[in-house]
Write a protein that binds this ligand. Structure first.
Ligand SMILES: *Cc1c(COP(=O)(O)O)cnc(C)c1O
Length: 459
C-alpha cells in the first residue's frame, strides 16, 4: 500500500499542477476514446511503470471539474478539508449499516443529522439519513409520503391513483421517482411557475381540487429550493398554507441545489417556512463543495423513515440499539461513508465557515449579474437571490457558444432553457473562486467570441 500512496501523491500533484497551468482540458471525442487511451481489459496485467503512465494519462485527460474555469454544473471546486475526509473514508472503507462495522463513523453521521434537524427546527422526533444523492433523497421522501398516506402499501402495493405535485421548473428526478415508486408519470401534475421560476401556489390549489373532484388521491407536493436552471426558490409558506388543509398530503422541500442557504444568516430567509415541511434535503456536494456525493435528507417523524425502510435481517443486525444501526433507515444495504468528509469540513471551519462559503457564492453571482447588466452586448435572464446567472452574449446561439468553448478547451459552461428561451447558465458555485475569477470567465469568453465570430451561429 505504501507504493500506491506515494503514487497517489505524485499523480495528485501532477493534476494540481496541470489544473493550475491549463484550467480545463481539451476533450477527447467519445468515438475516438478507445483509440486514444488504452482502456481495454486484457488477460495479462500491466507492470508498475506502464500502469503508472497509463493512470497519469487517464487522470490528465479527464475533464477538470475542480478548476476555476468549470462553471458547467451545480458543483465545482475542490475543498481541501472535504477531500481529506473523503480520502480517509476510502482508507477506512466503512459500511454505514451497523454500529458494529461503522463505530465512530455512525456517531459522525448522527451528529450531522441531529445538528441539521436542530438548525431547521424540525422538532424532537426528527431524524434523517445520507442517501446516495439528491435524486435518491427525493425518492426516499416520496416513498415515505406514499407509505404515510396508506400504511399498507408496503404490503399490498399501490392501487389508488395517487397524485404528485411539483413545479414545471423542478428537477427531473421527481419524474423518475414516480416511475420507480409505482405511482406512474401520468400521476404527476407539473404546476406552472411565474416568470421567476417559482411555483404558482394558486395553480397548485386549483389542481389539487380538480383531482379530488375526479376521485384521485393527492399525496405528495414537492417544493424546490433552488430550481435547476434559474435557481429559484418556491414560496414554502404559501405552499404550506395549501397543503396543510389536506389530510395525508406530504410536503417535501427539494433543496438539493440551494438548501445549503440554511447555513447563512443572510440567505436562509429563502427557505423560510421549511420547518413546516414533512421532509427536506440538500446536497452538501453542491453549495458546500464537498466531493461527490453528499446528500442529506431529514424528516419530521423518525417513524416514517423506519416504516418505509426498515427490514429485519438477522445476518446483519446482530448488535446494538437500532438507533445506531443506520441500515434500518437507509435505502441500500452496504452504504458508503458520506458523512466523514462533511464533518471534517464542518469541524474545521465551523458553521460560520459554511456560512462564508454560501455568502461568497451569492457575491460571485451578483458580480456576474452586475457585469452583464452594465454591458449592452449581454442580455440577462436570471434574477437576484440566485447563484445561477443566465445570459446571452451578442445574440450568439448559446448551444453553439458553450459547445465550442468546451471543444476548444477554453471553459466549461452549459446552457439552459426556461419558458422558451435558451441561454448560457453560469453557475457561481465554486466558493474558492474570487471576483477576478468571474471577470476572467467573461474575458476568456469575449476574447474567444472575438476570435471566432465568423464561425459562431447567431440567433
Ligand atoms: C442536483 C439536483 C437534484 C439531484 O441531485 P443528485 O445528487 O444529482 O441526484 C435534485 N434536485 C435538484 C433541484 C437539483 O438541483
Amino acid at each position: 500500500m505504501q507504493a500506491e500512496l506515494k503514487l497517489f501523491q505524485k499523480l495528485s500533484e501532477k493534476l494540481l499542477y496541470h489544473e493550475k497551468q491549463e484550467g480545463v482540458v481539451k476533450p477527447i471525442d467519445a468515438d475516438r476514446l478507445l483509440d486514444v487511451l488504452d482502456l481495454e481489459l486484457n488477460s495479462q496485467g500491466l507492470d508498475r511503470e506502464p500502469l503508472e503512465s497509463l493512470l497519469e494519462e487517464v487522470v490528465l485527460s479527464t475533464p477538470r471539474t475542480s478548476t476555476k474555469l468549470f462553471f458547467n454544473q451545480l458543483f465545482g471546486g475542490r475543498n481541501p478539508k472535504g477531500t481529506l475526509g473523503e480520502l480517509l473514508a476510502v482508507m477506512l472503507n466503512t459500511s454505514m449499516y451497523t454500529y458494529k462495522v461503522g463505530g465512530p463513523q455512525v456517531g459522525i453521521e448522527k451528529v450531522i443529522i441531529n445538528k441539521v434537524c436542530e438548525m431547521l427546527n424540525f422538532g424532537k422526533n426528527a431524524d434523517g439519513t445520507f442517501p446516495p444523492g439528491g435524486s435518491m433523497s427525493n425518492f426516499m421522501a416520496m416513498l415515505m409520503a406514499r407509505d404515510a398516506y396508506n400504511r399498507d402499501i408496503k404490503f399490498e402495493g399501490v392501487s389508488d391513483k395517487m397524485i404528485i405535485y411539483t413545479s414545471q421548473a423542478s428537477h427531473y428526478s421527481i419524474t423518475k421517482n414516480a416511475m420507480f415508486g409505482g405511482i406512474g408519470i401520468e400521476q404527476i401534475r407539473k404546476i406552472e411557475t411565474d416568470t421567476h421560476g417559482k411555483m404558482h401556489p394558486e395553480a397548485l390549489e386549483e389542481q389539487i381540487e380538480r383531482d379530488i373532484k375526479m376521485g384521485l388521491k393527492p399525496f405528495f407536493v414537492n417544493a424546490t429550493a433552488g430550481t435547476t436552471v434559474l435557481g429559484a426558490f418556491d414560496d414554502i409558506n404559501a405552499i404550506h398554507e395549501i397543503t396543510k388543509n389536506y389530510k395525508n398530503l406530504w410536503l417535501h422541500v427539494d433543496g438539493a441545489y440551494c438548501g445549503s442557504v440554511m447555513f447563512s444568516d443572510t440567505y436562509k430567509h429563502l427557505i423560510e417556512g421549511v420547518e413546516k415541511a414533512d421532509s427536506f434535503c440538500f446536497n452538501a456536494h453542491k453549495m458546500l463543495n464537498i466531493p461527490l456525493s453528499c446528500s442529506i435528507l431529514i424528516t419530521k417523524e423518525k417513524y416514517n423513515l423506519k416504516h418505509s425502510f426498515a427490514c429485519e435481517a438477522d445476518y446483519l443486525y446482530q448488535t446494538d440499539d437500532d438507533d445506531y444501526n443506520l441500515g434500518k433507515t437507509s435505502l441500500q444495504c452496504g452504504r458508503r461513508n458520506d458523512a466523514l468528509k462533511f464533518w471534517t469540513l464542518w469541524k474545521s471551519i465551523g458553521t460560520t465557515g459554511l456560512e462564508k462559503m454560501v455568502d461568497q457564492q451569492f457575491k460571485l453571482a451578483e458580480t456576474a449579474r452586475d457585469y452583464i447588466q452594465n454591458h449592452p452586448d449581454y442580455e440577462l435572464y436570471s434574477y437576484e437571490d440566485s447563484i445561477s446567472v443566465c445570459f446571452n452574449y451578442k445574440n450568439i446561439d448559446p448551444r453553439d457558444l458553450c459547445n465550442s468553448l468546451y471543444e476548444d478547451g477554453k471553459l466549461m459552461v452549459g446552457y439552459g432553457e426556461f419558458q422558451g428561451k435558451t441561454f448560457v447558465r453560469l453557475v457561481a458555485i465554486n466558493s474558492n473562486n474570487q471576483v477576478e475569477d468571474i471577470m476572467n470567465f467573461f474575458k476568456i469568453m469575449e476574447a474567444y467570441v472575438e476570435d471566432k465570430v465568423l464561425e459562431l451561429v447567431t440567433t
